[in-house]
Design a protein around this ligand. Sequence first.
Ligand SMILES: Cc1cc2nc3c(=O)[nH]c(=O)nc-3n(C[C@H](O)[C@H](O)[C@H](O)COP(=O)(O)OP(=O)(O)OC[C@H]3O[C@@H](n4cnc5c(N)ncnc54)[C@H](O)[C@@H]3O)c2cc1C
Length: 417
Amino acid sequence: MRFSGLRVLKEGLTGNKGWQAHWRDAEPKSEYDVVIIGGGGHGLSTAYYLAKNHGIRNVAVLEKGYLGGGNVGRNTTIVRANYFLPGNSEFYSHSLKLWEGLEQDLNYNTMLSQRGQISLFHSDGQRDAAIRRGNSIVNQGDEAELLSLAQLKKMVPFLDYEQQRFPIHGALISRRSGTARHDAVAWGYARGASARGVDLIQNCEVTGIDIEGGKVTGVQTSRGAIKAKKVAMIVAGRSSQVAAMAGMRLPIESHVLQAFVTEGLKPCIDHVISFGMGHFYISQSDKGGLVFGGDLDFYASYAQRGNLPMVEHVMEAGMTLMPAIGKARVLRSWGGIMDMSPDGSPIIDRTHIDGLYLNCGWCYGGFKAVPGSGYSMAHLVATDEPHAPAARFRLDRFRTGYGLMDEEGTGMQHNLH
Ligand SMILES: Cc1cc2nc3c(=O)[nH]c(=O)nc-3n(C[C@H](O)[C@H](O)[C@H](O)COP(=O)(O)OP(=O)(O)OC[C@H]3O[C@@H](n4cnc5c(N)ncnc54)[C@H](O)[C@@H]3O)c2cc1C
């Protein structure tokens, strides 16, 4: 079933009786060519591109809960390609280009809104860093622009430009960045994969990974054993636990990240804005809620909920940046489990076990990566060769030093990412 304006009109006039389920709720078969563990954004996009780009359709996505119930449905929906370091830069650039054609490709409204992302700077040193980052983004072939204080005041008048503690000096804007509707992205990929023959199996928890003679042969699940020629672990915050089923100890820590939304307000924030002196960022959803977040809860945890000290920390940063936010009432807050790698960058790689692949380490930034990650992961699983934009996301980089990246540009900060 194709979606179109005409279709919406027709259904509206005929009692909305013609809509179909977006995907088949499949029962597990005994064997697949590829089993993907995890029905989040990355698992679903991998399944979609395996079928679409490589013609591999005998694929199952096994999800222990419901599709899109993990981080893909819990994030603050920011999509951007303003990464600094070689490795990340070209990967996120590729991903943003896929975003720009995604609605047409999936025939699904992901509500991509390229409203621009503004990163504030508050000192001469931060201005230098912003210019350096901007130049690197431009060299990569994407766009970045420095905003003077006067330009910024015109575009974003409601920030506190008077406060002296963290004076705002200007900003770097990436105009093609913005937001997308996170659930729609999961649903769109699920629908596209299912239409191409992929089995999407919900309420199916993987409890074991079968390995014989150094080769993966299948998985054990809460709904029985399933054989597979290849298995891809794409479970974000649960990566360490699932990889442990294959006897692997990953360079990943799981931490909670919280986010918040206020009651619906009239349109007042046109961009995504990041505070450069505190970990705080904010945008306004299409429903009018102010969506914002901050730092991780700095202890390892598998709890999908946050703690009060971090709530206070985020609110303080918000009040410092734009005191007017204090008048808005917070409606909800929630948490998701982040898969933090030591250098803050992801892993898309084969493992030492034949036929077993790993995709993780997205930290707090993996929503924007959903199209690029699925594209590159599908390439890897189908061909056993790394896809060029993701070639540096090697699992062994923490041992060998090859492919090592550090988004902050400040050296490895183990336990902080
Ligand atoms: C509060 C918050 C704000 C964020 N904001 C942004 C943002 O603005 N921009 C951005 O780019 N990124 C953001 N992120 C990060 C982004 O959401 C994640 O990096 C990304 O969604 C992770 O990939 P995923 O979608 O595949 O994960 P998930 O959706 O978590 O998918 C993993 C799936 O694996 C399943 N699973 C786990 N174990 C098993 C098992 N044993 N068997 C079967 N299934 C299993 C889980 O149930 C889950 O559905 C944010 C995250 C949070 C929590």
